[in-house]
Design a binder for this molecule. Sequence first.
Ligand code: 4LC
Length: 578
Amino acid sequence: MCGLVSSAARSLPSAGSQRLVGRFPSGPGPNSRPAAMQTAVVRCVPTETKLTISLRLGPGNGSQRHLQREQSESLRTALGRIAHNLLKAQAKPGKGQKAAQAPAQASAPPVVLYLGEEPVPGDTSNAEAWQDGAVLQVGEARYRVERNPPTLTQLRLPSSLLAGFPVCPKVELEFGEASHSLFEWLREADGGWEAAASSRVFTPSNSYIGLKLKLRCHPGDGRRFGAAVELESGGTVEAGPGACTFDSRQWFTRQGLEEPQLRVVSYNILADVYAQTEFSRSNLYPYCPPYALEIDYRQNLIKKELSGYNADIICLQEVDKNVFTNSLSPALDAFGFQGVFRIKEKQHEGLATFFRASKYRLLSQHDVTFSEALASDPLHFEVLEKISANPTVKEKVLQRSTAFQVCVLQSLKDSSKKLCVGNTHLYWHPKGGHIRLVQIAIAFRHLQRVTTEVYPGIPVIFCGDFNSTPNSGLYEFVTKGHISADHPDWTSNGEEEQCSMSLTHSFKLKSACGEPAYTNYVGGFQGCLDYIFIDINMFEVFQVIPFPSHEEIICHLALPSVSHPSDHIALICDLKCK
Ligand code: 4LC
């Protein structure tokens, strides 16, 4: 994603290749006001010592000034600075103007701030003086003061636009909400621009192929609107891939669910940091065209896929930090989700959990890193003691940066209903079964604590890429509640790396989507590694969303492909709370 930034009141870093069209002048629309009166925008927040007064000063249309003054300074001093600035501006030639003859005896124009009919006393502090609705008089010119109006601090468009795929701008505001802002989408037409849509998310149809888009955003707070910003796309809308693997699945997810039902998605979305390595391009995914491995392309598919599932809870693995911040979080926000992110230390990807904000609120988070928990939490002392018998194993487990994300959600409809959602991505090595067993042992002890000590009896949903097939010791442990010390997986990397222990847990869990033939389908490996484990005492499964057909997957040899953004397949299930 690339983009730019524009703001009336502050200068902001501007990145990317898109062209700033500029602040949209007050005209027709929510921003209109009497032409005679200009605007002075005042930004004044208690956490800062200064305030900023932004206004156009000088001959002609003037030029935009941002005066930074101490909040505690007297209004008299600030008004004196404005008069001084105006004199300076008058001495200089304005844009497109001849140099003004310097007035022989330049004298400061009268500068007064009115609140109602009365001038504000000069000894008032700036913080107090510059109230919303005050009027600043500078010579002949009058400015309406707008204090802390809704302001766009960031507006970005993705760099790849595909017909048939939703375009979700990244919108960041101060003193406003994206949901209270207005959006206007425009399309290139006969050398000009033509209105196309007025929703926050816009999906260009095939008739937009080859055209650029423009977005105009009026930031709002539900009460008023601030200065609009216009943004032109860097490139044009391109043709989409046609049918995608998730299109047919979305026939089953058109309807969102109502409590006590909920839809859960677990999906390893393939981190950009892995997809774009030379090794991945040449060895792991040689069948996938390079453009389809690019994150900007894949993001289009991922956003359409995730939004079309109408889920309540989405657990993602291999989420790049940038992808979370600049792409997924803004997009899913527009579709009604709130999300939390947990990065893996030393790596640039991690876990993300999203939940439908109209149904749940985040009550608390209990994230851990397996290595840290093992090394320092007395809860895991027994496990630490056992693996200390084999320094190689201990070293390996402690070196991993594998994280476990745990969110406790509370139903907004019935505050007594809570839910513990776990999300993880275990060690990947085919011979790492023993390492994964140690990781899952820590996960369960941690979950046991959250669901007994912190929130006694709350139901558990445990999603993730467990890198374990249904015949693994890990799957047996999770679904049966125990694994013996002589299970072959304790020696999955040979006798010298053995670390045997018996494990138990007291949850009653099953894989909600069963044991599909594969959830990961790459050229060199196909297998079931991902699961949504649910508490069988608390939930019943009433719909498992069918997987794409085998033909759909192998028509591009394997995953990822132009019609599927990841090497994994999303697991989706509809549950009912018992
Ligand atoms: C990757 C991989 C791992 C699941 N799996 C098996 N072999 C694999 C080889 C590679 C996954 C594999 O794509 N990654 C290394 O780090 C990442 C990425 C993270 O998930 C990466 C870094 C740089 C470049 C590319 C990728 C595998 C094959 N059979 C299995 C059986 C079980 C578990 C795993 C495997 C079981 N039970």
